[in-house]
Design a protein around this ligand. Structure first.
Ligand SMILES: CC(C)(COP(=O)(O)OP(=O)(O)OC[C@H]1O[C@@H](n2cnc3c(N)ncnc32)[C@H](O)[C@@H]1OP(=O)(O)O)[C@@H](O)C(=O)NCCC(=O)NCCS
Length: 177
């Protein structure tokens, strides 16, 4: 596995967003083991162990970074605190997703990371619109998306959540550059 990553880093006052590397896996596994994190996402399994984190890093490194750029969110003092990535929807539209470890909730880090990622998406990636969706019971993520400038589209999707083992009503939003 290659430890180098050519993706650009995004810097904020407190954070750096950069491509995940193999050395991040233990910290990612520790933070993502919290069922309260995975249950708010579609794809993260629960339980979540080191092998899941290693597979996540390997997928990121093998992926086309221009199509689905994914970043480890690194705090300048505390190291990796979560992840943020852009997926490609079936119609090719970019959809952003993110999570943070529970010890780092409630300090504005997700909003700070997302705002910076959107600046990059426009200036560094050439995107004029980014979609996102939050589970209807995820008030914290709704707040993050609103603070970052997303608006509700009115669509409600019902993706399967691996950790929930069920579909989850998801309120869709869009950000226009
Ligand atoms: C969602 C998540 C990323 C938020 O991270 P964070 O760094 O705590 O977010 P921020 O501090 O930037 O903002 C959180 C906002 O939600 C609000 N909030 C937190 N919990 C809330 C709740 N239960 N009900 C309503 N609002 C809530 C906070 O008050 C804050 O808003 P404010 O600044 O207007 O007061 C984090 O909770 C997380 O990783 N959750 C699990 C995974 C997840 O939900 N990912 C997103 C999937 S769409």
């Amino acid at each position: 596995m290659c430890a180098l990553d050519i993706r650009p880093a995004i810097a904020t006052d407190r954070l750096v967003l950069r491509g995940p590397v193999a050395a991040d896996a233990p910290q990612i596994a520790e933070l993502a083991a919290d069922g309260g994190v995975a249950a708010m996402t579609a794809k993260m399994p629960h339980p979540y162990g080191l092998a899941d984190a290693e597979a996540f890093v390997a997928r990121c490194q093998a992926a086309d970074a221009n199509a689905t750029p994914t970043f480890a969110i690194q705090h300048r003092e505390f190291g990796v605190i979560g992840a943020l990535g852009f997926d490609a929807r079936a119609d090719g539209r970019p959809e952003v997703g993110y999570w943070l470890g529970r010890p780092f909730w409630g300090r504005g880090y997700a909003t700070e990371a997302l705002k910076a990622a959107l600046v990059w998406a426009k200036a560094g990636w050439g995107r004029n619109a980014v979609w996102a969706g939050h589970f209807a019971d995820n008030r914290a993520s709704a707040s993050v998306l609103i603070k970052a400038g997303f608006l509700y589209t009115g669509d409600v999707e019902r993706p399967y959540s691996v950790a929930r083992g069920d579909v989850a009503p998801t309120r869709m939003m869009v950000w226009l550059a």
